[in-house]
Design a protein around this ligand. Structure first.
Ligand code: TYD
Ligand code: MG
Length: 449
């Protein structure tokens, strides 16, 4: 028998190397390489090949299974597609198991659902289900980590939905590496994918996001599965955001909003209200931005604080948005508007634990920083939209009308928008729209400068 080859695999991105490396050249993470054996794949004889013409493929039976959790159905693109493989990623403790257990209630109405946990005992799951008021004759539990046993459970129960919680605890005897390693996580997912496709079982795979690199994160599976959902949120906030980052059966970047309560996750159907409920609109540094996540408009508050720095190198920090973006906006303020920010610590926060990376938020960020620095309020009835270029120019962004309609619905009266970004819209008649072409002219309007 040939000797098994040892290789080193990055547990964050799956990159391989013949030598151990301190830093992964692929994803840039430190200390993520772990020794694994290279697995030789057996020669599998070719099976029956089934070629069809495009015209012959019948789509009429594609019926999606509704979870009846509207936020989840939307993020999935209108319900669960049979035979699809769905990865649900997120930090430990964010609520992945809770959401999936809640989902079993409605998906098990006429069909069997199998919930496999490698983390909790059946008793623990039962206790949680009782707390969530879940009752059904068709929910089957299995506390198991070995793939062979999982497959035979699927054979016995013949479920239409399977939940594997979590992929990092599962292992296959065919692979010598430990559970949670890249090889194991991939192998188990591969087998589950085959079973899912062949038998039309919708399979949910839970993957913890790991920071330490000791076990493989969900990133290494993203390309294998049909749909990738991430559950986000700040530890201290009760709100949770479910976001689709990949979906072969729907649009990506769709978000669903939930609130964690003592009775599990509740849907939030009017998110703008939630994100603005504590908005300190009457203080310098606060600016409202109508974002669009997927197809859904969502009003958020951008807060900034510019305060005199005690450090030689002033601090710049962003929560809920990109650090580089903040640095860029500060550079524009210094060069194009002559503000001296080199002695200021600058903090920017998108309130509510949501992460927004849209270029359309640039003008809101830059206005918010300027508002705090100048100590001038942006009055409460404004929303601010636009992308800012390095020359201080303002560029058109997509879906302006949708953003403005949401702002109007939430009672905002004035909007700062890029020039030529909207045609005459009847629906927006009552709003005062100010079209601007540069940051300078924008500040002229909101700060009366
Ligand atoms: P959980 O679903 O176990 O997280 P994950 O599977 O992503 O690791 O959620 C755990 C947290 O949720 C835990 O801190 C307790 C809290 N929680 C509630 O606040 N209310 C509830 O009804 C439940 C079931 C959990
Ligand atoms: Mg869990």
């Amino acid at each position: 028998m040939a000797k098994k080859k040892i290789m080193y695999v990055c547990q964050n991105c799956g990159n391989t190397s013949v030598k151990w490396l301190g830093k992964c050249p692929e994803c840039g993470e430190w200390d993520t390489f772990v020794e694994e054996y290279e697995e030789k794949h057996k020669n599998i004889p070719a099976g029956i090949i089934n070629i069809k013409k495009l015209d012959e493929i019948d789509l009429s039976y594609e019926n999606r299974l509704k979870t009846e959790i509207v936020e989840l159905d939307n993020v999935l693109g209108g319900g669960i597609v049979q035979g699809s493989l769905i990865l649900v990623g997120g930090d430990p403790g964010i609520g992945k198991s809770t959401l999936l257990l809640q989902m079993t209630q409605n998906t098990s109405k006429n069909k069997a659902v199998l919930y496999i946990s490698g983390e909790e005992s059946m008793r623990q799951i039962k206790l949680r289900a009782r707390r969530l008021d879940i009752e059904s004759e068709n929910i089957y539990l299995l506390s198991e980590t070995n793939l062979i046993n999982i497959l035979s459970a699927i054979d016995t129960i013949k479920p239409s939905v399977v939940i594997v919680d979590s992929i990092q605890t599962m292992s296959s005897d065919d692979i010598s590496s430990a559970a949670g390693s890249v090889s194991q996580v991939r192998e188990v997912t591969n087998v589950l994918m085959k079973v899912a496709k062949e038998r039309g079982i919708a399979t949910f795979i839970v993957g913890h996001v790991t920071k330490s690199g000791a076990i493989a994160g969900p990133k290494v599976l993203e390309h294998m599965v049909d749909t990738v959902l991430y559950f986000e949120g700040e530890k201290n906030s009760l709100y949770r955001i479910l976001r689709s980052v990949k979906n072969r059966f729907g649009s990506t970047n769709e978000v669903g909003l939930f609130e964690m309560t003592s009775k599990g996750l509740l849907e939030v159907s009017n998110p703008s209200e939630i994100f603005l409920q504590n908005a300190n609109l009457d203080e310098p540094g606060s600016v409202i931005f109508p974002s669009v996540e997927g197809t859904r408009p969502l009003l958020v508050e951008v807060q900034s604080l510019a305060s005199n720095s005690g450090f030689a190198t002033p601090r710049r920090m962003g929560v809920g948005t990109d650090y580089n973006k903040i640095v860029m906006m500060i550079a524009v303020l210094e060069k194009k508007l002559g503000m001296v920010l080199s002695n200021e610590d600058i903090y920017v926060n998108v309130v509510g634990g949501i992460h927004i990376n849209e270029p359309a938020m640039d003008l809101a960020i830059i206005s918010s920083i300027a508002s705090s620095f100048l100590n001038k309020k942006v009055s409460k009835d404004w929303v601010i939209i636009g992308e800012v270029g390095l020359l201080g120019e303002i560029r058109v962004v997509p879906q302006i009308e949708k953003r403005l309609l949401e702002a109007k619905r939430m009672g905002f009266k004035k909007a700062l928008i890029p020039k030529n970004s909207i045609e005459n819209s009847k629906a927006l008649k009552e709003m005062e729209l100010y079209e601007v072409t540069s940051v300078r002219s924008a500040f002229g309007v909101i700060f009366n400068r």
